[in-house]
Design a protein. Structure first.
Length: 229
């Protein structure tokens, strides 16, 4: 508790005490600090420290840290906003920092262990969630990881899950577009009928037929009248 409190206070106030507090905190304390939802600028200090000590970890601690970072979806979620919190330019800066932090965590803590332990299974859960995250930050992270010349580390399970999610998203968009098109057609015909007031417009050929039928009817009436006279 003392170490957690010391780290929390150092992150809140900054200053000369922060580097020492970061060095003295173990991985669990650093990850717990990120779990609390730090502003992106403070989270960067924790991320840098976690990545800096990566070569010092043995296989088991490295795997544990990697899995924790994946379960937390690279800590991309923004911290809870206070009333009148970050917006506009400040919100854009916060988002860019969160994306950068996520990429540092992935490059330094996840990619080197992508084929080990539970990581392939976790990728199948994490990637679709990142792709559909609310503010698009996760989608940007996925694009930037895939845009490098290095192997992504997503693995077959991760790629299948991601592709399946994207395919489902496309299917939903197509169905929504088809529903909108059908609604527009129905609305068009309804408006056309309303504008016409229910009147039936006859074409030129139909007019001639109607006139001929009228003449025949008049002739029949005349015949009946003459015969009766």
């Amino acid at each position: 508790m003392t170490g957690a409190r010391t780290l929390r206070e150092a992150l809140r106030h900054g200053g000369d005490a922060l580097p020492a507090a970061l060095r003295e905190a173990d991985d669990g304390l650093l990850l717990s600090a990120l779990d609390e939802g730090l502003p992106a600028e403070r989270a960067t200090r924790v991320v840098v420290e976690l990545v800096r000590r990566a070569p010092e970890r043995g296989p088991e601690p490295a795997a544990a840290v990697c899995e924790k970072v994946l379960v937390a979806q690279l800590y991309l979620d923004p911290p809870p906003r206070a009333p009148g919190g970050t917006a506009g330019a400040a919100g854009d800066v916060d988002r860019r920092l969160r994306v950068r932090n996520a990429l540092m965590l992935y490059e330094g803590l996840v990619r080197p262990y992508a084929q080990r332990g539970a990581v392939p299974e976790l990728m199948a859960c994490v990637l679709p969630g990142l792709w559909t995250a609310g503010d698009g930050a996760g989608r940007e992270v996925v694009r930037r990881i895939a845009g490098t010349r290095q192997p992504t580390g997503f693995g077959e399970k991760g790629w299948k899950a991601l592709f399946g999610g994207v395919a489902e998203e496309c299917r939903e968009h197509e169905e929504a577009a088809a529903r909108a098109a059908r609604h527009e057609v129905r609305r068009h015909w309804w408006r056309r009928g309303t504008d016409d007031g229910g009147r039936i417009d006859l074409q030129p050929g139909q007019l001639w037929v109607s006139a001929l039928l009228g003449l025949i009817a008049v002739a029949l009436v005349l015949i009946v009248v003459i015969a009766a006279g």
